[in-house]
Design a protein around this ligand. Structure first.
Ligand code: KG4
Ligand code: ZN
Length: 339
């Protein structure tokens, strides 16, 4: 039987609506990005984000249905992100979803944004991604985004064990903050990655917080070390210097993430590693993780690494099939965790 779910994602700065069939076939994937709106602030400005969602949500939903050649009546359910994220942003998506669910008599399925990043791997994409049939539990997921850096063991659909996470800054947050220090613009991850291509990763030996005996991460010491090096260096900042700083910083983040992920993959004897979240777009991270393991390391295509609604619809489909439904009292949960 065909199941078609419309996903709605407004947890941060992308207004996204998508339609997914059977939890894996993307029929449409609309993403209205607010990157230009927030670039001037060097990060997401929460009130502007929620107001931009208000403007963009209806057109995004209309386009998602048009592109899928479907009408509201052709859908089986709506899946909506209810956390974690920015409160004002989450409220826009959730209230829109409730309105549509009420008006169209559609079931509403609540989705955890982090679970969405995991289920991006169940979408059929070809390329470096997994094919849904090839994923065999147990799996190890590294979720690295602007708000999260978590290592999670997945034993079954919906059965998560938290192995470790960041004690301070998230990996993406560290990329964004260091990019700001280096005047590389926003979002920082892609800007640092690009600058790092011209740089020497061994030019500056920045600290790696190994935190032995745990799968936790810490990036604040690294960030401070970058700042200290910048202060010591008083001269002009030629492109070569910026490139070396970017490459040395990226190498420190990537080495710790890849090494800890590889250790956990071996300890829990997983069949594959899934890299998820915006930072998993980073080529150096993908390469470093693959170089340490001889099991598949899957990465979704770039468009599905960063925030999107297809992943919410995919996660929502599994929840829908497991009988999960939201009541009308469903509220946002900005601090929602995976486990
Ligand atoms: O998953 P995502 O789109 O939003 C959150 O849920 O946070 O992740 C956004 C984060 C930003 O911090 C951005 O700088 C980072 O992902 N990012 C990258 C790259 N592309 C995006 N970090 C490192 N390398 C990249 N190529
Ligand atoms: Zn995200």
């Amino acid at each position: 039987m065909t199941v078609r779910v419309l996903g709605i994602e407004t947890s941060c700065d992308e207004t996204a609506v998508a339609v997914v069939e059977n939890g894996s076939i993307i029929l449409s994937n609309i993403i209205a990005s607010q990157i230009e709106l927030h670039a001037a602030y060097g990060g997401v400005f929460p009130e502007l984000a929620s107001r931009a969602h208000v403007e963009a949500i209806v057109p995004a939903a209309t386009r998602a249905l048009e592109q899928a050649h479907l009408d509201w009546g052709d859908l089986d359910a709506l899946a909506v992100t209810y956390g974690p994220g920015l409160p004002g942003s989450l409220l826009v998506g959730l209230n829109f979803a409730k309105g549509v669910a009420l008006a169209r008599g559609l079931p509403l399925v609540p989705v955890n944004h982090l679970e969405g990043h995991i289920y991006a791997h169940w979408l059929i994409t070809g390329a470096e991604g997994a094919s849904p049939g090839s994923l065999v539990f147990p799996l190890l997921v590294l979720i690295v985004s602007g708000g999260h850096s978590e290592l999670v063991l997945v034993r079954e659909h919906g059965d998560y064990t938290y192995l470790g996470g960041t004690l301070d800054d998230a990996a993406g947050e560290a990329f964004d903050k260091v990019a700001r220090m280096l005047d590389l613009g926003y979002p920082g991850g892609p800007a640092i990655e690009q600058a790092a291509r011209q740089g020497n990763p061994r030019a500056h030996l920045f600290p790696r917080a190994w935190l032995p005996g745990s799968y936790d991460f810490s990036f604040s010491g690294l960030k401070t070390a970058v700042m200290r090096t910048l202060r010591q260096y008083n001269g002009p900042r030629p492109p070569r210097f910026i490139a070396d700083m970017a490459a040395s910083f990226q190498a420190a983040v990537v080495e710790v993430l890849a090494e800890k992920t590889a250790q956990a993959a071996r300890e829990f004897d997983v069949t594959a590693v899934l890299l998820s979240g915006g930072v998993s777009a980073n080529t150096a991270l993908r390469q470093a993780t693959r170089a340490r393991l001889n099991i598949p390391v899957y990465t979704p295509p770039l468009i599905l690494c960063t925030d999107n609604a297809a992943m919410i619809a995919a996660a929502g489909t599994y929840r829908y099939q497991a009988g999960v439904r939201a009541g009308w009292e469903l509220d946002i949960d900005p601090g929602l965790r995976l486990v």
